[in-house]
Design a protein around this ligand. Structure first.
Ligand code: FAD
Ligand code: ZN
Length: 463
């Protein structure tokens, strides 16, 4: 009798519903939002709980079979895309919100819960989970932790890392690490959970999270401002930080992005004139705190100082959605400019304009037929750029090289939010020193000696 093969062993451990192959596999999406290549996985594993994740990894470890970890597949760096010969492991069935402590303001969730599901559930109980991003409907909290996601409210609440109290992680050999603190203060030795946050599934599989909530704020003010220059936008940011009650978002869109987003959505600008730069300002606060009066005063002063030329204030929930829709129109835009290069870089806020001007000049000279659309989270020094469409792959690579070399020269980061995955792997040296990359490699080799978990993501796999 032949010894059982890996698929038989996995089926014994996870049941037939937990191991998809053949036709059942073909019906499922197994690649993320990036244009990075993806091979069909040997199987798609759908474990039902932590014990099954551990059993699956133990078997893959024993067989030396590489595993691609998959959350909601909204990633933009290709990290979740299976490579040739890999098995995909999805957290989709770990989708329970286990316990919300409404006194402490903490919640215990499984990794496959989507961001939106948690946001809605917290709102029903007077709390908020404040991380927010355009992919909220599909991205999972485990994926948010694995990528240390940012989004539009980092300015007020920090990145995903700042909201994580504890994690449960399954190591590549199946060992379960339970680090599910529900308190903010714990200095008992190394804070090991930090290793797994932002390591893009290369060191362990996140199965449960303990998260900190914020009080729900009942009043939300959203304003879209037409701004005469980037310099004015910078002064406006300072003004907002100093004087605006409950500032929660400060998003910038250059004219090219603003108009392309409206065009992709087939909508009209809510402002009558065109402006070089647009800023979306949002504040959230308690209804009794006078947030809307604070926003009115902020705007009046900004107009008087010439920092804002025109503005529209959302009066209803629908108008709030409409204004945010222009900023979050990335998915519609991407479908118009693919194949394209997308960037999520960061530089010191004071150097952002210099960077944008240089990139605009150099990209337009080298690639005059493409659109180069700039926008971002100005409050965080995080710039997004969509550049495309590139019919020719060599041109796309040229644009990537041009941008990342420039970021290196500005001492910025080649990835402020989306992670390195496979898409930015060859550019890591622009933001990390040889000593840093060497330490990352040594940590990977120690925690995953067989190299089975997301190999070749972040840096090339050791041969
Ligand atoms: P996936 O795409 O499935 O995976 C991402 C990476 O994490 C992969 O390397 C994967 O292997 C790993 N991973 C996933 N789950 C786990 C787990 N449980 N354990 C270990 N590793 C895991 N990102 C931002 O930061 N800010 C934004 O504002 C933002 N806006 C976006 C808007 C749109 C329209 C889209 C499509 C994407 C946006 N993103 C943004 C990118 C993306 O949504 C985030 O990176 C998100 O955190 C990915 O979560 P996911 O569950 O979809 O992960
Ligand atoms: Zn972003």
């Amino acid at each position: 009798m032949n010894p059982p093969n890996i698929i038989d062993r996995l089926t014994d451990a996870l049941g037939v519903s937990g191991v998809l192959t053949g036709e059942r596999l073909q019906l499922r999406q197994t690649h993320d939002w990036s244009d990075a290549s993806a091979a069909p996985p040997r199987a798609l594993l759908l474990p039902a709980d932590t014990a099954q994740v551990a059993a699956a990894l133990r078997i893959c470890h024993e067989f030396g079979c590489p595993v691609a970890v998959q959350g909601g597949l909204t990633g933009l760096a290709g990290g979740a895309n299976p490579m040739e010969g890999e098995i995909a492991l999805s957290l989709a069935r770990l989708d329970t919100i286990e316990d919300l402590d409404s006194v402490a303001g903490t919640v215990l969730v499984q990794a496959g819960v989507t961001l939106e599901k948690l946001q809605q559930s917290c709102a029903e109980q007077g709390w908020a989970f404040p991380l927010d991003l355009g992919a909220r409907g599909s991205c999972q909290l485990g994926g948010n932790a694995a990528t240390n996601a940012g989004g539009s409210r980092v300015l007020r609440y920090g990145m995903m890392r700042n909201l994580i109290l504890g994690l449960e992680v399954v190591m590549p050999d199946g060992t379960v690490l339970t680090m599910l603190d529900r308190v903010i203060k714990n200095n008992a030795g190394f804070d090991l959970k930090q290793l797994f946050i932002g390591s893009e599934g290369t060191l362990g599989v996140i199965t449960r999270l303990s998260l900190a909530l914020a009080p729900q704020q009942s009043e939300q003010c959203t304003v879209l401002c037409g701004v005469p220059s980037f310099d004015a936008a910078l002064h406006l940011l300072r003004h907002a930080k100093v004087s605006l009650l409950g500032l929660s978002a400060f998003e910038v869109m250059w004219q090219g992005y603003f108009e392309a987003s409206l065009q992709a959505k087939r909508s009209k600008s809510p402002l009558s004139d065109r402006h070089p730069v647009y800023v979306l300002v949002e504040s959230v606060a308690d209804a009794r705190s006078g947030a809307s009066q604070s926003m009115e005063a902020f705007l009046e002063q900004a107009i008087e100082a010439g920092l804002v030329v025109d503005a529209v204030v959302a009066q209803t929930g629908a108008q709030h959605e409409e204004l945010w829709g222009i900023r979050e129109g990335v998915s519609e835009l991407l479908s118009l400019v693919r194949p394209c290069a997308t960037f999520d870089v960061s530089v010191a806020i004071t150097r952002m304009n210099e960077l944008v001007e240089r990139l605009q000049v150099e990209l337009s000279a080298a690639h005059p037929d493409q659109q180069h659309l700039f926008f971002g989270h100005l409050g965080d020094g995080n710039l997004h750029l969509i550049s495309g469409p590139y019919a020719n792959h060599a041109d796309l690579e040229h644009a990537e090289n041009l941008v990342y070399r420039c970021i290196g020269a500005f001492e910025g980061s080649i990835s402020a939010e989306h992670g390195i995955g496979v898409v930015k792997r060859d550019f890591l040296h622009h933001s990390r020193s040889p000593a840093e990359i060497s330490l990352m490699r040594r940590l990977k080799a120690m925690l995953d000696p067989q190299g089975i978990l997301n190999p070749g993501r972040v840096f090339a796999a050791d041969k």
